[in-house]
Design a protein around this ligand. Structure first.
Ligand code: GLU
Length: 450
């Protein structure tokens, strides 16, 4: 049996980071088992789905390198399939028209909520003549005159049971024009020959409904694995109110390899912290996926990102941050200190003249006059120094000078500000070597106003 899995995002928004994680685990599972990973766009909600969102989802998956097999399946292109399946269910009496009005159903739900009961609708139309005639909602008739339990063995969570008598008659469609998720997903998973449905734990309660739909259609359900949710620091489900949740929002700041490593390791145990996709494929098992949700730890993501950034060649780095003018020799100084890719802009003095207030040249334990006077001497040292020599030699001369002056800050602070316009930066000697002797002297002269 060839393993086939899928990710099924709805194009009603950008690709959610949680859906990206589901996609990754599906992808890893497929690769590990020499199976196929497919992409289905669940665009039955005509009002909320857009082509722009769909394109952004495809772009985000491509950016993450989660390539799918064959063509993209779109639910909006499969209406005939759903209609045929629904007609069959109605004809066989497995589905029926629920003639309750929206108000009646809402009233029932409100009563149940007030009496602290679970939402439930056991429709009397399913066994009546009325239920055979067209109406609004089409439902699957759930037989509940028994002690039947709908059971599945979740690969991650173990055995899960639902009592059929507590399940509502499952909504399949609002007429034939507005088909609903549980129904279309099952019809598609059957047609796509999906063997394992791996998705977020928020779908656990949909699974028994889907199992009943499989049965009504005379098919064997696939295996299910429900992934833990990604949590916010307050341990609630990560959502927009906690900040960025769309993959596109991470694009400007993170390398795709870092996101993949982060999402993969977040809810699955691997042998080490930093792994390539290939290593993840080798080690991945659904049984290694955790049951409880993990908190989205942005510090961890930043750390991983910095590790991956350090591995890039100057060319790759410049491309990733979108700043071609960065001098190659500045790249290691930047990646050493960078967490997010956009942090690279804080180092713009490597490719732009710095702008700063002259008062910044004043070393805090001294006066502006003294700071500038020392800078004049530093300028002389630099002018006389041959940059072909090792930079440690220049550092040594400046260090000796600072011992003589008795205050290291008085030497390095004004030089740092002259070269960068900032209070914090890599070592000024390292910067001078990236800028070169001419540019370094030019900036020092500018600082001195000469
Ligand atoms: N469109 C659903 C979602 O994004 C798909 C769930 C599933 O994988 O069955 O949550």
């Amino acid at each position: 049996m060839k393993i086939r899995v899928r990710v099924a995002p709805s194009p009603t928004g950008f690709l959610h980071i949680g859906t990206a994680q589901s996609a990754l685990y599906n992808w890893l599972f497929a690769r590990k088992n020499k199976g196929e990973f497919c992409l289905r766009i669940e665009d039955t909600d005509k009002e909320r789905s857009t082509k722009e969102y769909e394109q952004s989802i495809l772009d985000a998956l491509e950016w993450l390198g989660l390539n799918w097999e064959g063509k993209v399946i779109r639910q909006s292109e499969r209406t005939e399939k759903y209609k045929n399946a629904l007609e069959k269910l109605l004809f066989e009496g497995r589905a029926f028209y629920c003639h309750h009005t929206k108000e009646e159903l809402e009233g029932e739900a409100k009563d149940q909520a007030q009496n602290k009961k679970a939402q439930f609708h056991d429709c009397e139309h399913k066994n009546s003549e009325e239920g055979k005639k067209s109406g609004g909602l089409i439902r699957l008739a759930v037989e509940r005159n028994s002690d039947r339990k709908v059971v599945f063995d979740d690969i991650i969570r173990g055995r899960i049971e639902f009592e059929a008598k507590l399940m509502s008659d499952v909504s399949l469609g609002n007429g034939f024009d507005r088909l609903l998720y549980n129904f279309t997903a099952v019809v598609d998973d059957i047609d796509m020959e999906i063997t394992h449905v791996i998705r977020g734990e928020d779908h656990v309660s949909n699974t028994p409904k889907q199992i009943l739909i499989y049965e009504a259609l005379g098919k064997t359900p696939p295996q299910f694995a429900h992934l833990p949710l990604i949590l916010a620091p307050d341990r609630s489900k990560l959502s927009k109110r906690h900040g960025a949740v769309a993959v596109v929002d991470y694009k400007k700041d993170y390398l795709p390899e870092a996101i993949i490593n982060f999402l993969g390791a977040m809810s699955c145990t691997f042998s080490k912290e930093i792994l390539t996709k290939q290593e993840m494929i080798q080690e991945f098992e659904l049984s290694k996926v955790h049951k409880s949700g993990a908190v989205f730890d942005v510090k961890k993501l930043n750390w991983l990102n910095s590790q991956y950034a350090k591995k890039l060649s100057p060319e790759e780095f410049k491309k990733s941050v979108g700043i071609p003018e960065i001098p190659d020799s500045a790249v290691p100084l930047i990646t050493e200190r960078l967490e997010k890719l956009s942090d690279a802009h804080h180092f713009d003095y490597f490719w732009k003249e710095p702008k700063y207030d002259k008062d910044l040249l004043k070393w805090k334990k001294s006066t502006l006059e003294n700071s500038l006077e020392t800078l004049i001497k530093v300028k002389k040292i630099i002018k006389e120094f041959d940059f072909k020599k090792e930079k440690d030699e220049l550092r040594k001369i400046l260090d000796e000078f600072s011992i003589a002056v008795g205050d290291r800050g008085l030497i390095y602070w004004p030089l740092r500000v002259a070269l960068t316009g900032k209070e914090k930066s890599p070592d000024p000697v390292d910067i001078a070597y990236v800028l070169g002797k001419e540019k370094t002297l030019e900036r020092v002269r500018f600082a001195l106003g000469i």
